[in-house]
Write a protein that binds this ligand. Structure first.
Ligand SMILES: [Fe+2]
Length: 306
């Protein structure tokens, strides 16, 4: 079997990695970023800091912060209108899964046109859109390293999965210091999401030796540190482990697959508006009980890793 692997071209991982955005944009020959973020990151002053850093490096950034949790077609169209009103050469997704997924969607729509529904799987969108740089502020989605985005069609309550290399960020800045202020509830939900990515990538029929190594390492990092970040949000070592684990789990499932938990989690989230990690948490025990007999050795390896 030949494994097909796709990764961000540049990654910076560790404390302060997000401060390297101007340098990374320079390496990529980019200077006019459209920064997609959320209202919390604006109110916390983090976006001002980011813009100041860009300006001091001669880059001109513009902030779009009207993203919503679980991005909708309407919220993506609002972002697209703002992008089209300016002159940008790349999109930066700065935030949790929702800003990053919105950034991915507008990067493709801006270059290829059409409507979000046109891009729904099984369509494969490999032809690149605008370059995407991802800066996650949660340890969960792994979206900074995946070739997926998910947008909800609010008219039908459908979470549309969109797949292709066009959604894979060209660069990812993985800075655990951005997660130190994450509320407990968000730490729990996003952490379970990351753990589920790792387990599902490992038990997937599409797993391969490359994804296996990252999935197991992600489980080793996430399992002992999830409760630690919930108990003490300022535990830097645990935050660092969670962030690295979430990114590794993202790479693992982007190059293998997720499985039944995510397949069922999407419709539950769309219909009942349950946080993605929480619906994963509800499903993981029952899906594991259902699936384990068909892949005993694989689930046993997960248990040993955790
Ligand atoms: Fe997920």
């Amino acid at each position: 079997m030949v494994a097909s692997i796709a990764l961000p071209r540049l990654m910076r991982i560790g404390a302060g990695a997000s401060r390297l955005l101007p340098e990374i944009l320079g390496q990529l020959g980019l200077s006019r970023p459209f920064v997609v973020t959320d209202p919390y990151l604006v109110s916390s002053g983090r976006t001002d800091t980011l813009l100041e850093r860009l300006a001091s490096a001669g880059a001109r950034g513009t902030i779009f912060s009207e993203t919503v949790p679980d991005p909708t077609v309407a919220s993506v169209e609002a972002a697209l209108a703002a992008l089209k009103a300016g002159d940008f050469d790349c999109v930066v997704g700065f935030g949790g899964g929702s800003p990053m997924d919105t950034a991915k969607a507008v990067a493709v729509l801006a270059r290829h046109g059409g409507h979000m529904r046109d891009y729904k799987a099984p369509r494969l969108q490999d032809e690149p859109g605008l370059p995407i740089v991802a800066i996650p502020t949660t340890a969960g989605t792994g979206s900074e390293a995946t070739r997926f985005t998910i947008v909800t069609d609010e008219t039908s309550d459908e979470k549309m999965l969109c797949i292709g290399l066009a959604y894979l960020p060209v660069a990812a800045l993985v800075d655990y210091e951005l997660t130190l202020t994450k509320p407990k509830r968000l730490s729990a939900d996003t952490g379970i999401d990351a753990l589920t990515h790792a387990i599902e990538a490992y038990v997937s029929r599409k797993s391969n030796l490359f994804s296996d190594g990252l999935a197991l390492q992600a489980m080793r990092l996430i399992a002992p540190n999830l409760r630690r970040v919930w108990t003490d949000p300022s535990d830097r070592a645990a935050r660092e482990a969670m962030m690295l684990g979430a990114t590794q789990a993202g790479i693992a499932f982007s190059n293998a697959s997720v499985a039944l938990v995510h397949g069922m989690s999407r419709p539950i989230g769309a219909h009942f508006h349950v946080a993605h990690g929480l619906s994963n948490a509800m499903l993981l025990p029952v899906v594991t009980a259902f699936s384990a007999p068909a892949a005993v050795a694989r689930y046993a390896a997960c248990a040993r890793a955790m």
